[in-house]
Each structure stands twice: as structure tokens, then as C-alpha cells.
Design a protein around this ligand. Structure first.
Ligand SMILES: Cc1cc2nc3c(=O)[nH]c(=O)nc-3n(C[C@H](O)[C@H](O)[C@H](O)COP(=O)(O)OP(=O)(O)OC[C@H]3O[C@@H](n4cnc5c(N)ncnc54)[C@H](O)[C@@H]3O)c2cc1C
Length: 389
């Protein structure tokens, strides 16, 4: 069998690349070993957001692109992506003053094109009591701004469904076990329930998320693997103890922690912990659980948290290897190709759920020299995303 593009992995990046490739008119096959969004794409904070905190590390390009994609997804997927008001409380001992938060939110609005949905406000003191249970001592200010929330796995399934409607094929469960590449094409070995198939393609796109290095290691002739590392992020899922959305600063280390009502539960996260081992073994540690509970209790001291009803989940970020702490590291997607002029293998690593569409279009541009010209079927910026029922 022969395809223009074989995509390994049906997380959000694989689904996005398949959708963009099918829309551009290419023949495309997606190979997924477990289920759509079985990896990181069902374990995120479920925000379609610009990333307010990335302003501090001057990642303006990423913020602008994310805000643009957020606006687009609110239009294309209104059943899956919904705007939510987030509250940022500022205390006497907060790292960032009210002035700094105001400046950050102003810049954020500007980068969002001063769109109505990007405007923020500062709550009057008389409104603080509406923030049920939020600690009020030493509270100096509360800001409200907007981000969008989604069901990450449902969004991934919907993008994958869109890819299939546009003509992509899906092989699942099916595992990529190896490939040989040469100047003209790639021959991928795919293990399915009925045996191993050899599938030829012009380009192979590695969207295996935390398994990306494992996939690269199975390709011959060997290609150099970019220096990446896995950083675990965990969340708590609690009963619906609060009905408002908060963006807090962890008292222990001043990192950002979200407290978000989500699908009838309360989600608290996230953490950052170096991870080594098989990606499918990622699990929230007792230390991460305690850190998140301590943050929640610090801001909502009266909250009674039923121990027996605390669920957790853990996902893995793919980040560039570095000695700096994970929180400060760039969150832009990383592309790695075997050959800049005529790529046969492209790895798409890290990045954001929010920017999957822009990432996919950029990936196709990188692959263009190795692909024939095709008649476009659709424009991903105009294709509505329908939930999969
Ligand atoms: C804790 C955390 C919170 C986050 N929060 C947000 C957020 O709120 N907003 C945001 O925009 N982004 C967020 N992100 C980032 C975002 O979730 C990820 O960038 C994105 O989900 C990565 O998707 P992916 O497709 O690259 O990987 P994955 O979703 O992991 O997909 C990889 C897929 O490849 C498959 N696979 C692997 N090996 C093989 C093989 N050999 N053969 C076949 N299939 C294979 C796996 O089964 C899996 O389904 C967060 C990330 C983390 C870790």
C-alpha cells in the first residue's frame, strides 16, 4: 500500500497533521497503537489558552499564535471549546503585584487583538465575597480574564473524525514497529491484530508524543534524535467543591496552578517532575498530590476535601533538554527532520493542544519539498469541528 504521508500517533498532533494533510489533498494514513488521545492529549489542563505566564519568558510569538488559534477554535468548535472566566487573586505576599498582573493582562489583550473576549477587569472589593471560600486575609486585588476550556480527548477525536471525513485512513489498534528510509520514500512496518504490514509512503510523520524517541530509534538508517526530556504534569480530579475558575500561585514554589471546574468535577493542576521510564507508566506521585492539595487548602482553607474521592491523572510534556527548570523552558513545538531539503521523516514534539492546527500547517510546509502538488480539498481554518458521539 502507498500513501503520501503516514502519521504515527493519534494524539492531538497526529490528528491535526492528518486533518491538514487530508485537507491539502494528500493521501494519508494515521497509525495509532491504543486509541485516539490515549497519551498526553487526554491528560492536559484542558485549556485552549494563550498562556498568560509565557509573557514573562517573552514567548510573545507563541502567545499571539495561541490567542489566534483560541479565537478560531471558539468559532469552529463551539460545542467543544467554551470561554471561561478565570480569577487571579493578588495577596500582600504574591510574587506579582496588582500592577504587574494588570500590565500582563493588558499586553495579553493587545496580543489578542483587543477582541471583546480578551478584555479583563478588576473586581471591586464588594465582589470578593462572591468568590466562594477564597481566602480573603491580605487579599489586595482580584482580576478576571477569559480563557477557553475543552475536553482534550473529545477535541482530538473530533479533529481525527474531520481528517477521516476529508479522506484520511486510520489503522487502530496498530503499532509502528520500524521503518527504512531512502532518498525516495519510507517503508513502514506496522503491526496489527492480523499481522505485520509493510506500508510505503513519501514521508513519515512522528507524532508519538512521549514515545517520539522510541519511534525514532526504530528507523534505519539511524537518524540523530533531538535532545529532549520528559516532564510529568499531574492533576487532581475532585468532587465539584467550587464552581469558579482560579489561576493561583503555589505557596511552596510560586508556580502557576489552575483550579478549574470541569465536567462536573474540580480539576487542580499541574506539577512538573522529571520523568524517566516507559511513558505509559506515568502516574501522579504522593508528593505531587500533596503539593496540589496544599495549594488548594492554602487558598480555600475551609474546603472539606473527601480523601476517598480524590482521583489523579498524569501526563508527560516533551521539552528541550536543559539545565533550567522546566517551568521556564520554551513551550513552542519542536520539529526535527532527517534532511532539511528533502525530508522523509519529520518529528513533531511538544507544543500545545491549543496550537495543534497551526502546528500541523507548519509541519506540512516543512514536508512540501518531498510531496507532489495536490488539489486542495478544504481549508482547516474553515472546517467546523463536530463532537464524536
Ligand atoms: C500536564 C500537561 C498539561 C497540559 N496542558 C495544556 C493545556 O491546558 N493547553 C494546551 O494547549 N496544551 C497543554 N499541554 C500540552 C498538550 O497536552 C500536548 O502538547 C499534546 O497533548 C501533545 O500531543 P501529542 O499528539 O504530541 O502526543 P500524545 O497525545 O501523547 O499522542 C501520541 C500518540 O502516539 C501513540 N503512539 C506512540 N507510539 C506509537 C507507535 N509506536 N505506534 C502507534 N502509535 C503510537 C500513542 O498511543 C499516543 O496516542 C499540556 C501538557 C501536559 C503534559
Amino acid at each position: 500500500m502507498k500513501y503520501d504521508i503516514v502519521v504515527i500517533g493519534a494524539g492531538i498532533q497526529g490528528a491535526g497533521v492528518a486533518q491538514a494533510a487530508a485537507a491539502a489533498g494528500y493521501s494519508v494514513l494515521v497509525v495509532e497503537q491504543t486509541a485516539p488521545a490515549a497519551g498526553t492529549s487526554s491528560k492536559s489542563s484542558k485549556l485552549i489558552h494563550g498562556g498568560l505566564r509565557y509573557l514573562e519568558t517573552a514567548q510573545f510569538g507563541l502567545v499571539r499564535e495561541s490567542l489566534r488559534e483560541r479565537a478560531l477554535l471558539l468559532r469552529l468548535a463551539p460545542e467543544l471549546v467554551k470561554l471561561r472566566p478565570l480569577h487571579i487573586p493578588v495577596y500582600q505576599d504574591s510574587t506579582r503585584s496588582a500592577l504587574t498582573i494588570r500590565a500582563g493582562l493588558s499586553l495579553y489583550s493587545v496580543l489578542a487583538g483587543l477582541h471583546k473576549k480578551s478584555l479583563f477587569s478588576q473586581l471591586g472589593r464588594n465582589e470578593w465575597k462572591t468568590l466562594a471560600g477564597l481566602r480573603q486575609d491580605n487579599l489586595k486585588a482580584v482580576f478576571r480574564y477569559y480563557e477557553a476550556q475543552t475536553d482534550d480527548a473529545a477535541l482530538t477525536r473530533s479533529v481525527l473524525q474531520s481528517a477521516v471525513i476529508l479522506g484520511a485512513d486510520l489503522l487502530m489498534p496498530a503499532r509502528f514497529v520500524g521503518a527504512e528510509r531512502n532518498g525516495q520514500n519510507c517503508k513502514a512496518e506496522i503491526e496489527t491484530e492480523s499481522g505485520t504490514e509493510s506500508i510505503s509512503c513519501r514521508v513519515l510523520v512522528n507524532c508519538a508524543g512521549p514515545w517520539a524517541s522510541e519511534v525514532l530509534a526504530r528507523i534505519t538508517p539511524a537518524l540523530s534524535s533531538p535532545a529532549i526530556e520528559l516532564v510529568q504534569g499531574s492533576h487532581l480530579l475532585l468532587p465539584p467543591l467550587l464552581d469558579q475558575y482560579f489561576y493561583l500561585e503555589a505557596p511552596q514554589d510560586k508556580r502557576a496552578v489552575f483550579v478549574l471546574p470541569w465536567e462536573g468535577r474540580l480539576m487542580v493542576g499541574t506539577t512538573e517532575k522529571a520523568f524517566v521510564g516507559a511513558p505509559e507508566k506515568a502516574i501522579c506521585s504522593a508528593e505531587e498530590r500533596d503539593y496540589l492539595l496544599a495549594t488548594l487548602r492554602h487558598y480555600f482553607p475551609q474546603l472539606v476535601i473527601p480523601e476517598a474521592e480524590i482521583d489523579t491523572f498524569a501526563g508527560l510534556r516533551v521539552l528541550p533538554k536543559s539545565d533550567t527548570n522546566a517551568f521556564a523552558r520554551p513551550r513552542e513545538v519542536m520539529f526535527a527532520v532527517d534532511n532539511e531539503m528533502h525530508p522523509r521523516v519529520l518529528s513533531v514534539m511538544g507544543g500545545k493542544l491549543t496550537t495543534y492546527r497551526a502546528t500541523a500547517e507548519a509541519a506540512l510546509l516543512r514536508l512540501a519539498p518531498s510531496l507532489p502538488t495536490k488539489e486542495r480539498r478544504a481549508d482547516t481554518a474553515l472546517v467546523s469541528l463536530i463532537p464524536v458521539h
